[in-house]
Ligand binder design. Structure first.
Ligand code: AN0
Ligand code: CP
Length: 316
């Protein structure tokens, strides 16, 4: 693999998830692969899991890691070609990316959407500016439209916990107090559409995802109906795509509760985290035996490791 920007860089998603599960048996089996190589992680937004698990993954492979909160620890970056830089930005992506490439063998980037300018976000403006200006492979740590490291983890976790060849997996919208990106849900839909599962999406009307990501997934507007016979419930909030970046209406009754989980086929519960307790998900669900959220987060290390290993093996 050259870059890991989205699912289209992955020749076989199920196979990569299997490789991640194998790495979990012995995370240090390839501890010399990344020797004397450096992974630089650039964060334009907050992170707990991605920040730690991606470093851990690289260190398991023998790499050195450097983390930078771009614009906080470093200079504010300018992305526009031809910009007259007499405002708040102090360094242009052209020099910035070129310089980071001198120190890094792989660069990880987190750059959330604006949730204001849909065209800019869905063109993956910032990610592509980096791609144009770096000289080394890039790992997407959540960009404007997708979060593929999370989705690889989710596929891996479903494969580990399924008792069926073709489980029913339901992606459900859940309430939140702030407008959130569509990334996790876009990605999850893309990866599920390529996997051997029965995939259903449920959300209030007006929260339809961009069809480039939701594809042919079955959409049910009634949450209770969607939960019937589900083997996995994957909850996530996202803001509207059509009324871009907005929270539309009151949907507090979409919070995931134990009563709703009882409508399923003893489903396992999944969420990428972080989540707001008793807004998005009830305590009783997060504290239940059927919740996989911490195991899921633990798997982020191995998913990242499978990705970095594949890039290193591509003889960079
Ligand atoms: C982010 C999101 O919804 O994309 C990151 C999730 C991994 N979540 C929040 O901002 C709460
Ligand atoms: N799931 C996830 O990406 O978490 P962080 O935002 O904490 O990295």
């Amino acid at each position: 693999m050259k870059n890991f920007l989205n699912i289209h860089d992955v020749p076989n998603a199920e196979e990569l998830a299997e490789q991640a599960i194998t790495l979990k048996q012995n995370r240090f089996a390839h501890k010399h692969l990344g020797e004397n190589k450096t992974l630089v992680l650039l964060f334009l937004n907050s992170s707990l899991r991605t920040r730690i698990s991606t470093q851990k993954a690289a260190q398991n492979l023998g790499m050195n890691t450097i983390v930078l909160n771009l614009g906080q620890d470093s200079w504010n970056m300018e992305y526009e070609d031809g910009a007259i830089m007499n405002g708040n930005t102090a360094e242009h992506i052209k020099e910035g990316a070129a310089v980071i490439s001198e120190y890094a063998d792989i660069i990880g980037i987190r750059a959330f959407p604006t949730l204001v300018d849909r065209e800019r976000d869905y063109s993956e403006y910032v990610l592509h500016k980096f791609l144009e200006n770096v000289k080394v492979p890039i790992v997407n740590m959540e960009s404007a439209t997708v979060h593929p490291l999370q989705s690889l983890t989710d596929l891996m976790t479903i494969r580990e916990h399924t008792t069926k060849a073709k489980p029913k997996v339901v992606l459900t919208w859940a309430p939140h107090i702030k407008p959130l990106p569509q990334c996790v849900s876009n990605s999850f839909a893309e990866w599920m559409n390529k996997s051997d599962v029965k995939f259903v999406i449920t959300h209030p009307e007006g929260y339809e995802l961009n069809e480039a990501f939701s594809g042919n997934a079955k959409i049910i507007y009634h949450q209770d109906e969607a939960f019937e016979n589900a083997d996995f419930i994957y909850a996530k909030n996202w803001s509207s795509y059509s009324n871009y970046g907005k929270i539309i209406g009151e949907h507090n009754d979409w919070m995931i509760t134990d009563k709703k989980m009882k409508l399923t086929n003893n489903a396992k519960f999944m969420h990428c985290l972080p989540t707001r307790r008793n807004v998005e998900i009830a305590d009783e669900v997060l504290d239940s035996d059927y919740s996989l959220v911490v195991k899921q987060a633990a798997n982020r290390e191995f998913a990242a490791q499978a990705v970095i290993k594949s890039i290193l093996e591509n003889k960079i």
